[in-house]
Design a protein around this ligand. Structure first.
Ligand SMILES: Nc1ncnc2c1ncn2[C@@H]1O[C@H](COP(=O)(O)OP(=O)(O)OP(=O)(O)O)[C@@H](O)[C@H]1O
Ligand SMILES: [Mg+2]
Length: 338
């Protein structure tokens, strides 16, 4: 794995008039590997945008180190920093398009600043229009576009200088669910086909689950939990993470079982990968004289990985039930007694 971005112990204080400085980031460290899609989730005010904007030094951290592609950005001069920023694309919740420029002109804008020859600009813009599916709308103005189309312009513009990384600040928060899906699948295609690393921030766990490989959860200026999306989803530890996970309807919570009054022992079993489709539970129970009843169950997919969760009541002697739990564990399933 190649490290693309490393944030080390970032602290950010906002200086305020007539008030103490506000500490928006408290010692945040983060590593981004080349080619991954990394999500940061947190409630409003958690410090997500501040974190994202410290990567290209739109917000300069009060202390800490920002390394992008091997260079410590905090040590670069203004001109070198400008060059470096070209390789860091950014898209925004409210698109930030030039309202008096057409789709084509908006996308060409960063290329003009880079002083590319007119012919090269035309060619590149044609490619980008094709990529985001806006060739037919290229002469329209932003006010003549839907929200999803505007974000496509934003994405094309962010890709104009062939960045290594794309920073997305709530890129789908202003869009309806269907449009959100289409933008997320575009981002995913861009990541796959062009190998561009993506860092996205959101307050929606659904966005994380749809396209991210890894996730960090932020609260009060700190990262309180992080890991692969699958691990964090299946075993959320921090209360705020649990809250986010429970917002996605098809993961199971023990709350629904409060009224349960069965005689057996209730366990939650997490399946992942191809195991999800194997009759592991049946095979394990079959060798004992115990039986089971499924109380809740779901099979879904996180990015490309299938996963399943079952909440099962195991009925039998303690010895049999213990044996089943041990064997499920040995077969690589995560089992926890509720
Ligand atoms: N320029 C500023 N001056 C003072 N305080 C600021 C400034 N910018 C942000 N803050 C404060 O820092 C905290 C973190 O802000 P930030 O924008 O990073 O949060 P966020 O997680 O992106 O929130 P949201 O989900 O609402 O976009 C907030 O409490 C905010 O009020
Ligand atoms: Mg924000």
């Amino acid at each position: 794995m190649i490290l693309l971005i490393e944030l080390i112990d970032i602290e950010k204080q906002y200086i305020r008039k007539k008030a103490e400085p506000f500490i928006a980031l408290r010692g945040v460290s983060l590593k981004l590997e080349k080619g991954e899609i990394f999500g940061v989730i947190g409630r409003s005010g958690a410090g997500k945008s501040t974190l994202l904007r410290s990567i290209n030094l739109l917000e300069r951290p009060t202390s800490g180190t920002v390394i992008v592609g091997g260079d410590d950005l905090t040590k670069l001069g203004e001109k070198e920093l400008q060059e470096k920023r070209k390789k860091i694309g950014m898209i925004f919740q409210h698109f930030n398009l030039l309202s008096t420029a057409t789709v084509r002109e908006n996308i060409a804008f960063p290329l003009k600043i880079s002083k590319l020859p007119a012919k090269a600009i035309r060619q590149k813009v044609d490619e980008l229009l094709e990529l985001v599916g806006l060739t037919a709308q290229q002469h329209q103005y932003p006010r003549q576009l839907s929200g999803g189309q505007k974000q496509r312009v934003g994405i094309a513009r962010a890709l104009a200088n062939d960045p290594d990384v794309l920073l997305c600040d709530e890129a789908t928060s202003a869009l309806d669910p269907q449009t959100t899906d289409s933008i997320l699948s575009l981002l995913r295609d861009i990541n796959r086909k062009m190998g561009i690393t993506i860092l996205l921030i959101t307050h929606e766990m659904g966005v994380i689950r749809a396209i991210c490989d890894r996730v960090a959860v932020m609260e009060y200026g700190q990262i309180v939990e992080s890991g692969t999306v699958l691990d964090v989803f299946l075993n959320p530890v921090h209360p705020i993470t649990r809250e986010f996970v429970s917002e996605v309807s098809d993961t199971l919570g023990s709350e629904a079982l409060n009224a349960f009054a069965g005689a057996g022992r209730v366990v939650r079993i997490n399946f992942r990968g191809e195991q999800t489709y194997e009759p592991v539970l049946y095979e394990t129970v079959r060798g004992t004289s115990a039986t089971f009843a499924i109380l809740q169950g779901t099979v879904s997919r996180m990015k490309d990985v299938p996963y399943g969760q079952l909440i099962v009541e195991l009925r039998g002697s303690d010895e049999d039930v213990n044996r089943i739990i041990t064997e499920l564990g040995q077969r690589g399933l995560a089992v926890s007694e509720l």
